[in-house]
Design a protein around this ligand. Sequence first.
Ligand code: NAD
Ligand code: IPM
Ligand code: MN
Length: 342
Amino acid sequence: MSLITVVPGDGIGPEVTEQALALLDGFGLDLTFDVLDHVNADTFLATGTALSDDDLARIRRSSGTLLGAIGDARAAGTRYARDVLLRLRFELDLYANYRPATLLHDRLSPLRDPDRRAIDCVIVRENTEGLYTDIGGALRPGSAAEVAIDTEVSTHLGVTRVIDFALASATRAVCMVDKSNAVPNGGRLWQQCWRDAAAARPDLATSHLYVDVAAMRLVADPTAFDVIVTNNSYGDILSDLAAELAGGLGTAASVNLNPETGFGLYEPVHGSAPDIAGTDTANPIGAILSAALLLERLGHPAEAAAVRTAVRTAVAHLRCTVDLGGRLGTKATGEAIRAALH
Ligand code: NAD
Ligand code: IPM
Ligand code: MN
């Protein structure tokens, strides 16, 4: 039996998570769900913390966590994200953020050239360092003389392990993306770790791009990429870009993984989308494909493949939400995908 913790979260998070859970339920696998539906912005605003130590202990005892989205305009700034999402990534040491981008249907690509549309790549984002460590501070805050410092952290261990994970995930090619022409110290470390690790994998095509050119190349020729490995903030940005090239942000799945413990936090790449929350228009595919990543990691690859096929079938028949050219709501799209499974 596998116990899965579930954090529906905020905005469209609960709406899309409901569809992912309904789909998992339909397989009749030995999965049980521990739903932490109090982990949201309301709890954070009322008590100052949304994820308690007890919640974290429940999560640690589970085989993985499905998360909807965390974010609310009433809790702007970084404290709330750090209380939940970043706490989970950091304390569970989920250092590899695996974000696949595979075109779901030709009509969904924003690119003109049909030969360039078939993006099928993975962004492997370093998930526990970079600009996300909260190391820094402000001097003379609020004054015209304010100094604001956020430190970008790269460690030899952190860079090496995420590069090793990316190389181990690839079958064809890995491109390391950095900004070593402008960021001297972290740039040198990424370059050194990359050269050492890539040299040990002559079977793979290994290459390097600066992040600005990588963004350009992703649009100009997304089919050129297989696995991209990069730091925390570049991975955040490039994964939204790749998601849009692959069909739209609402379709993008991810897992925040610790490859050693095997623990994963599975979540769509998108956020809580407050502009459409509560309207039954959110696309549940990002959440559903994140559940497919969970199935795969739990040892159910056939079920994971069936989910992906069902998603493609539903999208091809326009049994999907308006962002993908369909007319269905969130719930009806989830039903259509479940129907395509059987
Ligand atoms: P967002 O991803 O929530 O939304 C960006 C745009 O994409 C919006 O127009 C939204 O309507 C649309 N969109 C997103 N998901 C969609 C879906 N499933 N179906 C259809 N349309 C969809 O980004 P944002 O507006 O910058 O952020 C909103 C909140 O979410 C913020 O508080 C942010 O910090 C948070 N956030 C959380 C996560 C996460 O939990 N992993 C990720 C990104 C943003
Ligand atoms: C993501 C999100 C988060 C991030 C935010 C909400 C802190 O954008 O998961 O991509 O930047 O990692
Ligand atoms: Mn993001």
